[in-house]
Structure formats: C-alpha cells, structure tokens
Ligand binder design. Structure first.
Ligand code: AMP
Length: 588
C-alpha cells in the first residue's frame, strides 16, 4: 500500500471530525486509513486485511461518522466485534472521534450485560451500535434492534469471530440487514470462510492490505518488550536507566499529545528530554535537533512525521513506545539509529493485543526479534547505586574537599555519630531527588507481570492450557430458565479467559443449570475467574460435577466426544436461532 496522503483533510472527512482529530493529536492518517477512508466515504464495500495497531478502527469509524445523519436516531451503522472488550474499545473510539458531533450516540451491546438497561438505551436510540454477534442477534430476534435504516455494517476482527464460532451468527445478521447497506470487513488474516462471507454479502469490495515489503535492517539489534499499555512509561524509564551503552534515545509515539505528555513525565524524572512533533516550527525543530547533537538533550519523544530524516549519530537507541502502523514505518524508525557506521538498538513495546504486529515485522525484516525482559526493581536499584558510587569516586578524585572534610570531622568529634553514620546520612540526603531504591510496588511488579500477562482475549489459548488435552464436564449455574444460550456461555468463557473455541467442548443446557466441557487441568486462577464470570447477569459458579451429577446429566448413548477442531465452538448450537422450547433434558 503506497500513499502520499499527508493529512486527514485530503481524505474528504467532515469538518467536525477533522477538528476532533486535531484535538486528539493525530498528525496524519495511517496507511490503512489513507487507503480505506476515500472508498468508504464513497459508499463502497471494503475488505481490509489489517490487525490491531494499524489504525483500522479509525479507518472505518471516521467514514461512518462522516456519513451519519444525526437527525435520525435509528442505528445507521452496526459494528460486530468478537469480544465485549473489543466492542467497548470500538465504541470508545467512536465517541472520541465524534466529540464535535452534538447529540451523537453510540451503544455497545454484549452478552453478560444487563438486558433491562440495554433495552432502555436501545429504546432511546443510537446512531451506531457496536456489539458481539450473539447479543446483536438476540436483539434482532426480539425486535428491540431495528436495522431498517442501517447504511453500514462493519465486521471487525472477522477471523476472531470465525475462530470463536460466530460465523453462522454473522451470516444470519448479514441476512437480516437491508440489501443496500455497505459492508466493511476487517480481518488480520483472510481464511476461506471469511472470503466466502465476503463473496456472499459484498458487492465488488475494494481490497486493502498492509504491504509487507521485506527489507534488511543492518547494524541494529532488535528486541521487543511485552508490556501492558498502563505500564509503558514505567517500562521506558527502567530501560532508559539500565540499557548498556545508551547515549541518546529516540522514543516513538503516535500522537502529538503523547510526545508532550511523555516528554513532560521524563523531564519530571530528571531526563534532558524534548518533544518533537508536527506543531513545531522549522527553527524550533532544528534547535531541538542541534541540542540533541550537542548532548544538551539525551532523549527525544517524536511522532513518525516529525522524526523523518533525523540523522544524529549519537542516537544509540530507538524505542518504539507505540507500535508503528506497518513494517515500513518500523524500518524508517529504527533507521534513525545505527548511523554513521555505529551499531544501534531498537526496542519495540507491544501490548498483548498487538503481538501479531511483531510477527509481521519479523517477517518483513527477516530477523528474529528477541524478547527483552524488563529490568527488575532490584536491577534498577543496583544500577542507581553503581552510578552513585561512580559520582562519589569522581568527586573524591577531582574536587577540593578540605572544607567539607572539616565539616564531617566536626560532626564526628561532636560524638553523636560515627563516620559511617554520617556518610549514610549524606547519601540519604543526596538521593532524595532521585531515590536509589524504587518505591515499593502496589501490585505485582511490572517485570513479573510481564511473564504472567494475560494474553489478548480469545487470541491465543491461555498458556497453561493444552489445547489437545482431555476435556471434562463442569457445572455452571445458568440454564434455559435464565435464557442462557450456548453461544453466550462460549462467548463469556472465551472473553474472560482468553481460551480459544477449541478448548470449549460440548454444552448441555438444563432448566436451572448447564454443563460445559473444558480442559481438565484448568489452572486455579481460571477456575476462580469462571466462578465469578456472569452470563445473563448470573455468576457461572463453575465447578466440577459430582459423580452423582455426572451420572444424572450424562447424555444417552456414548459419552460426548471432543468435537473436531475448527467448528467446535458451539457444539450444542444449531445454525440459526430457533424459538426456545422449555424442555427437560433427556436423562440417561
Ligand atoms: P487500532 O489499530 O485501530 O487498534 O489503533 C491503534 C491505536 O492507534 C489507537 O490507540 C489509536 O488511537 C491510534 N491511532 C489510530 N490512528 C491514528 C493516527 N492517524 N494517528 C495517531 N494515532 C492513531
């Protein structure tokens, strides 16, 4: 995907959206945005191959918002997302970009959320609905979600929806939308079933794909650091403190606002740092670069645009605080280090949801990017103590200390403290500004959290669960009488644990409870999560079956087999929703 688009204005977005984008600090469209926004504004269907981190949400949200008729309070756009977490994120993104559209309403709807409140909100009306397929289907069936004014349907993370067994639901929903609607499908991969959906429901869609051009990146050591978004700043400071041979660093973020925010926070921590973004005038920009060259600044926090062409041989480290939109941007960024024949280090921060970006970059650069364990608190303290010692040794070697020696001698002669105590007190005073020890952590330390970090929901099976392992039946306290459906249960379990559909076997609904097959060796923290997870507002209270219950609930005939991988997410579910009949389960 090549693009020479430099501004959102060139894309033809409505004024209030341009104003909002300026407020949130986006400097220019990401490549996927530049490629998707014009055809979407023109009303075309679109098939986009893009993952989290590319800016795909804004790529569909901005044209949807641009085309809205705010005076019509019926849903004009419906976004389907695989998980409630994503549905909420997408709804938040809509809100962010619509801040200059008075009266705009977006409503997230997902399973496990109170039905009464949802119905009330639906009645009040919303311009955009973002929901998980199960709950959306539910509302269409109940006629609480009317789609006759729908103009756009977006399928976000279609491959995830497929993996979670929602493909029939998605198909069904598509069939229940007006024939003239625009269909937009985003997926990180394009397996056959997704292509089939596209063929069935889309009209000559525009196809957009992030280009993965392979390039070589010489002279740069590449590492990545898995870190949750709220811990990035802490991770950055630890790395700045402990990286060997760090002279100057260039930190890349996505927005102008973030350049300033992070530069301010680093400054407060004692770094000589400046922000570099597109708002800076050319003379100011040149001054910042000159200061970096001369060593009056050590760190620059920049956007891609602002750092273009930056050539300062002092830069030993490039830190990708926010992932780049594509591999090309990555290669540009890391090309800012390892200049003038020197070697450089590039460190990439990835949140669990963005791990796919890592694979893409590895493929494009044909290099393995090694994980960088975050320095522990003890490592940071050791480093600070070592630097402190160096400072003291330098002062002893270079400064005239006669007067100060007398002060100390007097203190000792006063008889209240020995020399060690005096020195310790001085060390204490000297480190007040920049403590030698890190303050105690409130929760688990981020360096430890890195190892136990929960993977993105439903993206990767929970690490400790062996996907091929045996399944056993568990009891959960929701059943037919609570209007629970197998897909609600699968959705909730997948959402809350990150388990893929292949770890979830047969589900049997009874009147007051259900049984669900899950791996037999579920780790305690997952068991605990699933005890508390709610479906239809009821905690699942997941537990293993007693022998007696197992006998009562056993199905006639053979013990249920593990369903084949692939179409295993909702074994107890028929293709389309049927009217529910209150029936007793068959007993053995
Ligand atoms: P997404 O790939 O949609 O999950 O977006 C990833 C992140 O990039 C989000 O935090 C967005 O706020 C941010 N983002 C999206 N588009 C832009 C842009 N044009 N400039 C700066 N940040 C952006």
């Amino acid at each position: 995907m090549t693009t020479t688009i430099d501004s959102f204005r060139q894309l033809g977005l409505a004024e209030p959206l341009l104003a909002a984008l300026a407020e949130v600090g986006y400097e220019r469209p990401s490549p996927i945005q530049a490629a998707c926004i014009p055809p979407l504004l023109a009303g075309r269907d679109l098939l986009g191959e893009a993952q989290t981190g590319t800016g795909k949400t804004a790529a569909f949200a901005l044209p949807v918002l641009s085309r809205l008729d705010l005076s019509v309070r019926d849903p004009q756009a419906l976004v389907l997302a695989p998980t409630r977490e994503l549905a909420i994120q997408v709804a938040e993104a809509f809100q962010r970009y619509a801040r200059q559209l008075p009266g705009f309403q977006v409503l997230p709807v997902y399973g496990g959320q109170g039905m009464a409140a949802q119905l009330k909100q639906l009645q009040r009306g919303a311009h955009v609905i973002v929901g998980t397929p199960g709950r959306v289907m539910d509302h269409i069936n109940r006629k609480t979600l009317r789609l006759d004014r729908l103009r756009t349907l977006v399928l976000d993370e279609a491959d995830e929806m497929l993996r979670m067994g929602f493909v029939d639901d998605v198909d069904w929903i598509l069939e229940h939308t007006p024939a003239e609607r625009q269909v937009v499908l985003f997926s990180a991969t394009m397996p056959d079933p997704i292509r089939r959906i596209a063929r069935r429901h889309m009209r000559s869609p525009e196809e957009v794909k992030i280009r993965e051009r392979t390039t070589t990146v010489a002279a740069t050591t590449q590492k990545y650091c898995k870190v949750a978004a709220p811990h990035k700043l802490d991770a950055l400071t630890r790395i700045l403190e402990t990286e060997e041979a760090l002279d100057a660093a260039l930190v890349f973020v996505r927005t102008k606002t973030a350049t300033v925010e992070i530069a301010d926070k680093l400054e407060a921590r004692g770094y000589a740092v400046a922000a570099l973004n597109g708002d800076l005038t050319q003379p100011l920009r040149e001054r910042v670069i000159e200061q970096l060259k001369q060593g009056r600044l050590d760190i620059i926090v920049a956007t891609d645009v602002a750092a273009r062409g930056l050539d300062v041989s002092r830069i030993t480290h490039v830190i990708n605080f926010d992932v780049p939109y594509d591999t090309e941007a990555y290669v540009h960024r890391i090309g800012r280090t390892g200049r003038a024949g020197r070697t450089g280090t590039a460190i990439l921060f990835v949140t669990p949801r963005e791990m796919r970006m890592l694979g893409m970059i590895e493929r494009a650069t044909r290099q393995k990017i090694e994980p960088l364990p975050l320095p522990s608190r003890a490592a940071v303290a050791d480093r600070r103590v070592a630097q402190f010692r160096e400072q003291i040794e330098t002062v002893i070697a270079t400064e005239e200390l006669g007067f100060f020696r007398d002060v100390v001698r007097d203190l000792e002669a006063g008889g209240n403290a020995d020399l060690h105590e005096v020195a310790a007190a001085l060390a204490f005073l000297a480190q007040r500004e920049r403590p030698l020890q890190l303050p105690p952590a409130k929760g688990p330390d981020i360096a430890d959290a890195q190892h136990s970090m929960r993977p993105a929901p439903a993206r990767t099976p929970v690490k400790q669960i062996n996907p091929g392992g045996a399944l056993v039946r568990y009891r959960i306290e929701v059943g037919r009488n609570h209007q629970a459906m197998p897909k609600d249960i699968v959705g909730a379990i997948a959402n809350e644990t990150g388990m893929g559909g292949r770890n979830i076997g047969r589900i049997d609904l009874f009147d007051d409870y259900s049984t669900v097959e899950l791996p037999e060796d579920l780790p305690p923290e997952i068991l605990e999560t699933l005890r508390r997870t709610r479906v239809r507002q009821r905690p699942l209270g997941l537990r293993t079956l007693t022998a007696e219950e197992a006998a009562i609930t056993a199905r006639p005939g053979a013990r249920p087999k593990r369903p084949p991988a692939g179409k295993d997410a909702k074994p107890a579910k028929a293709g389309k929703p049927k009217p529910r009949k209150p029936s007793k389960p068959k007993r053995a």
